[in-house]
Design a protein around this ligand. Structure first.
Ligand code: PFF
Length: 456
């Protein structure tokens, strides 16, 4: 996907370009579509009471997510370096300060922390490929599926093993710079995932509880909405779009001049949101049809979908394919999560890509054991937001990403001069004005209000 592959560790090697506009869109879509859509969105929506949360989430995606994504891409393309150096360079160039590099550093840290638990859940999906293929869920009852899940996450050895396997896969790809293969995978994976979601949707429409699922997702009971759930919706918008942490900035660094940033962002945001909504529409009717609890937490998808697959014709096949696709989706996202840190180490510490991937991957692997143990040995150790996993998730999605997004929009909207941004966004027409309004006022003020009210 990059014309010049970054495999030899030379700094210049990082500055190739995407082979086409489509390659960029696919890579960003690959980073955006992941566990956030299929695993996290349904359970967070369930925990926050559905309807009102979903609507706030959609508003956040359009009014905040979209301008932040455009800002990240334009900053990345202008700086053409890793997020830390890009922020430092542009900060000076725009007459502000090199201290903006701290925003880049925050992103490197956020990527490391997110991947530490993301890899654990991705490990679950790997395990569910094997379980599905072995026919574990064929004809299973909801009790059987639930106890299968509980037994699995209850074993730190198994969960730790799967986490290790997934991290090895992520490091392997990042080290070899074989994104080319993954680009092809995304081309196939996103449509295939959409197709399987449609199959599930068909099944769930026939479950007899479709209306209940739809009304859970879209009937807003505003009285149940707290600032905490608004923050969760904002955090989810950032998480699912991979924004607020420099991953998209790192990808933007390789974007050719002539590509439209607005068009590319709109395509990615649409695809990502469609998949999340589809996942919700497929899952909630099944939750109600089987008497499960929508507020069940991280196990929700792993309890509902295998149950549905287990009852449909050809379910063993579909279930296996589904978890393979989900693992792929997680894999392409993991690469985005590692990219800022790896690009930074390669450029600043003069390491090869392989060394950088190993160093960062190793650190993430170790930190990940905090989350591995959160579901078993240390499940009773709770503080602040809950278990170690809950805390890492809360800190990254609800605090670090919105803060990163806040700084990024302030930088793009206020620090960068009009000429620089209109140059990158291609003109100063209506679309540009809309972006500027959102990036200067709506997004920063919105983020500040939510953060302030939810945390105070
Ligand atoms: N957007 C990914 C998902 O929804 O699963 C998660 C993610 C990937 C977040 C890459 C941040 C990132 F840089």
């Amino acid at each position: 996907m990059l014309k010049q592959q970054a495999g030899d560790g030379k700094r210049t090697s990082l500055h190739g370009n995407w082979s086409s506009r489509m390659a960029f869109i696919l890579a960003v879509t690959g980073s955006a579509v992941g566990l956030g859509n299929n695993w996290k969105f349904p359970y967070i929506a369930g925990q926050n009471g559905g309807g009102a949360f979903v609507l706030v989430y959609l508003i956040c995606v359009v009014a905040i997510g979209m301008p932040v994504m455009m800002s990240e891409i334009l900053i990345g393309r202008r700086g053409r370096r890793n997020p830390v150096s890009t922020m430092e360079l542009l900060g000076k160039e725009e007459g502000s300060s090199g201290k903006w590099r701290w925003v880049g550093s925050l992103s490197v840290l956020a990527g490391i922390l997110i991947l530490s638990y993301y890899s654990v859940i991705a490990g679950w999906t790997l395990a569910y490929v094997v379980k599905s293929a072995a026919g574990v869920f064929v004809g299973a009852s909801s009790e059987m599926v639930e106890s299968e899940f509980n037994a699995f996450v209850g074993s730190w050895q198994l969960v730790g093993f799967c986490h290790t396997l997934f991290m090895a896969l992520a490091v392997f790809v990042v080290a070899r710079g074989v994104e080319r293969g993954l680009e092809r995978a995304v081309k196939f994976m996103v449509p295939a995932l959409l197709f399987l979601m449609l199959v599930l949707l068909g099944y769930s429409i026939n479950s007899g509880h479709f209306g209940e699922g739809v009304s859970f997702m879209f009937t807003a009971d505003w009285s149940r909405l707290t600032w905490g759930s608004v923050l969760a919706a904002l955090g989810q918008a950032f998480f699912t779009l991979s924004i607020g942490m420099g991953a998209i900035m790192a990808y933007g660094a390789y974007l050719p001049e002539e590509t439209s940033i607005t068009g590319a962002s709109a395509a990615v945001v649409t695809a990502d949101t469609a998949i999340a909504i589809l996942a919700g529409l497929a899952i909630f009717p099944l939750v109600f049809a089987n008497g499960l609890n929508p507020a069940d937490g991280p196990g929700l998808v792993f309890d509902t979908l295998p149950l549905a697959f287990g009852q449909m014709a050809g379910g063993m096949f579909f279930s296996t394919i589904f978890f393979v696709l989900l693992s792929f989706a997680a894999w392409t996202s993991a690469i985005g999560l590692m990219e800022p840190a790896v690009a930074w180490i390669v450029e600043r510490l003069n390491r090869t890509r392989a060394e950088a991937a190993l160093i960062i991957g190793g650190a993430i692997w170790v930190i990940g054991f905090g989350s591995v143990l959160s579901f078993n040995v240390l499940s009773d150790v709770k503080f602040l937001a809950g278990t170690i996993f809950d805390n890492v998730d809360y800190l990254t999605s609800n605090i670090m990403l919105p803060l990163g997004g806040l700084m990024i929009t302030i930088f793009a909207g206020w620090v960068m001069c009009r000429n620089s941004t209109s140059d990158e966004l291609g003109g100063s027409g209506g679309l540009y004005k809309a972006w500027r309004l959102l990036a200067r006022y709506v997004a920063p003020i919105g983020i500040l209000i939510v953060l302030f009210n939810a945390v105070s």
